[in-house]
Design a protein around this ligand. Structure first.
Ligand SMILES: [Zn+2]
Length: 262
């Protein structure tokens, strides 16, 4: 059985048997405590999401890796808080960068659904999970029964559908992850932000229920006469901190787009 160790102080240092988080120092409303950079492997390692272009963070990740060889740098998606430091980190450790979007790939082939990455006797399986962004991927680490979810599932709160994302795709990806987690008996979700989650099926059911509830609320707000995204936010997200209303408005636009295409 693989164990999940979650430090009391926050996601920095969270680890399973073969994965460990080095937290980037970029906390915000959108990134929670910061971006989780995952180092995976024992003798050889892959690094998932080097994080923003922050020299102190990239050096800390390299120090954490020590004398081990970095075979590949993988991106869960191209958003800056995950990919911004990839080019510099590739220089630091002499490894290629692989992502779904060719614009983020450097010195190696891109990644797509079904690919298998091998590192020092471990496997990482690539799942295409578009929705949060068009290029979102998840990585399954069978040795630890752990799924790295990027921003498709966060350790806390909910995921925003970004400008380059799509809600219909996102709902399909959540369904896929939920079915996969059940079939593979996943024990842990290792997200791109926030703490690890110890009950994947429960967490994914919560995500799906939340999405359905929000869609119902938006239908109801429209039925009550709300027209603009802002008017809908004021009704549906009344219980949410106003600092998050900008993100909520983006989410409402994605949901209106989805409902109008049904
Ligand atoms: Zn992110």
């Amino acid at each position: 059985m693989s164990g999940l160790y979650v430090p009391l102080a926050g996601p920095d240092g969270t680890r399973t048997d073969h994965a460990e988080n080095v937290l980037a120092p970029n906390p915000s409303e959108m990134t929670l405590e910061g971006t989780n950079t995952w180092v995976i492997g024992t003798t050889d390692v892959v690094v998932v999401d080097p994080g923003p272009d922050d020299e102190s963070h990239l050096c800390r990740v390299a120090e954490h890796i020590g004398g081990r060889r970095v075979t590949e740098i993988l991106l869960t998606h191209g958003h800056h808080d995950h990919s911004g430091g990839a080019r510099r980190f590739a220089e630091l450790v002499g490894a290629p960068v692989r992502a779904l979007d060719p614009r983020h790939t450097l010195g190696a082939e891109g990644l797509s659904d079904g690919d298998v990455i091998e590192v020092g006797g471990l496997e990482l399986r690539v799942y295409g999970t578009p929705g949060h962004s068009f290029d979102s991927l998840c990585f399954w680490l069978p040795a630890d029964r752990a799924m790295l979810t990027g921003d498709t599932v966060l350790g806390r709160g909910t995921t925003v559908i970004a400008h380059d994302g799509n809600l219909a795709d996102y709902l399909r990806s959540l369904d896929l992850l939920r079915a996969t987690a059940e079939e593979l008996e996943a024990e842990t979700l290792l997200p791109g932000h926030g703490p690890a989650l110890a009950d994947p099926v429960f967490a994914l059911d919560g995500y799906l229920a939340h999405r359905r509830q929000r869609l119902d609320q938006i239908r109801a707000a429209r039925a009550a006469g709300a027209r603009t995204p802002r008017e809908i936010v004021e009704i549906v997200y009344a219980d949410v901190d106003q600092a998050l209303w900008h993100a909520a408005e983006m989410s409402v636009r994605a949901q209106l787009d989805y409902l109008d295409r049904l």
